[in-house]
Design a protein around this ligand. Sequence first.
Ligand code: FAD
Length: 468
Amino acid sequence: MTDYGVEAPIAVIGGGLAGLSAALELVDAGRNVALFERRPFVGGKAYSFEDPKHEVILDNGQHITMRCCTEFQAFLERIGCADIVRYQDNLEVAVIDPDSRGHHVSVISSKQPSVLSRLGLQLLPAPLHMFPSMVTYEHLTLAEKTRLAFAFEPIRRMSELERLALDRLSFETWLLNHHQTERVIERFWDLIVLPTCNDHCSDVSATQAIQVFQEGFSRDTGAADIGLFTRGLGQVAHAALDRLRERGARVELNGNASAIVMHGGDAAAVRYGRGQQADVSAVVIALPPQAAFNLVPAAWRRREPFWRLSQHEVSPIINVHMQWDRRVMRRDFVAVLDPDAQFIFHRSQIHGWQTPPHWISVSLSGAHNLVDLPQQVIVERVERAVRRALRRTAGANLLATRVVKEAEATFRPTPGMNAHRVPARTSIRNLVLAGAWTATGWPATMESAVRSGRAAARALLERPVQSR
Ligand SMILES: Cc1cc2nc3c(=O)[nH]c(=O)nc-3n(C[C@H](O)[C@H](O)[C@H](O)COP(=O)(O)OP(=O)(O)OC[C@H]3O[C@@H](n4cnc5c(N)ncnc54)[C@H](O)[C@@H]3O)c2cc1C
């Protein structure tokens, strides 16, 4: 057994953002913490790796944050890493329709026209602040744009209880019931739902999608401003790890937790690594739902709330990192109305890498139809789509590619799933749950992970933790 000194530590199992956030909250409250992470590094679904062949640091997947992600921002400040994010002054998303003729870039923006500011009317309240850019959004007809109001207004007025009552309905059904058409869904609503909820409107519960629009567009004019990471995501994980160690936490990398030992109805010890065991005073399980379910002692798995963990499905994300011999895009990122391109990020520009070759990252959410294809097929499809979307690729050479498939990138917020997003507290007195998939109300984001970790830590801190 591992000897941790006088007070047995609180075990945090899982070194993703949920586990890191829980561990930080606990050490900052003066608790003895031991973090167990299966892999040799922390960060979970948000990590960087070095591509030695091309001497470049890449992320497993392009991540963005938004100003409404306030707890994630507070987490970055707490670990001294807030300067890694560069926010837009106003939300601005250039949307490319490769199939349209002529002027095929249109911008969705929260920027208000200067004529309004000259009249002192700069602050059109949310969601009206989006109105000027929607007037000029060219990928919808005027009639289609008018339809948007029939959905935005009920979303703005909807109470939390009304929203929660819609969980069994798909967002697509809700939109069709509110005068939206399939074309409007494809060319506007899916543009936002797919990257934020990691699935299409047809597969996402109305409750989840409406939460996104309420947080991002209905409350505060700056809420949806996008934040880009100017350095690799690994730096966030490193900074969190440094802070934990500074505060005396013990971190077991390569510390795969294989069992929780119970004693008198409480979690008493964690088995990990190669047959080691650590006595613990409490446990935070901060794992994806299926891994968490597998770790729950067998006798408890059929009970509330644990059986619900096994009900979760997952949704994939694929990132195709591409190295070009020249600059192929001007903006930091663009959205593309093409399922094989979706969002393209100019990694070299965002990271301030001035000289060629230029790296871009293509992020494909809800990639159910691509994830099982061979990498070469994915690359061919994505290259075709990128060349159609970005005119500057004419004559440019694609030098190298790196495909990262995250088959289990996020939980899937399908209709009816909200009931299976459980709160931190469980029927085991000293065992709590964390993870982006728990009952935070947010889709699978860094914000949700950080919120869940804090909620789990607080649930334990509210109860006296006894030494064993
Ligand atoms: C490609 C991609 C793009 C994304 N884009 C965005 C984005 O743009 N914006 C955004 O906000 N979010 C994005 N997300 C989602 C976000 O990254 C996740 O929601 C968040 O990181 C999940 O954190 P978590 O701690 O809940 O879970 P995880 O990150 O899954 O952490 C779980 C940890 O537990 C460890 N583990 C598993 N089993 C064991 C065990 N038995 N013992 C010990 N450790 C174990 C794992 O190794 C992992 O480190 C993206 C995710 C992916 C994959």
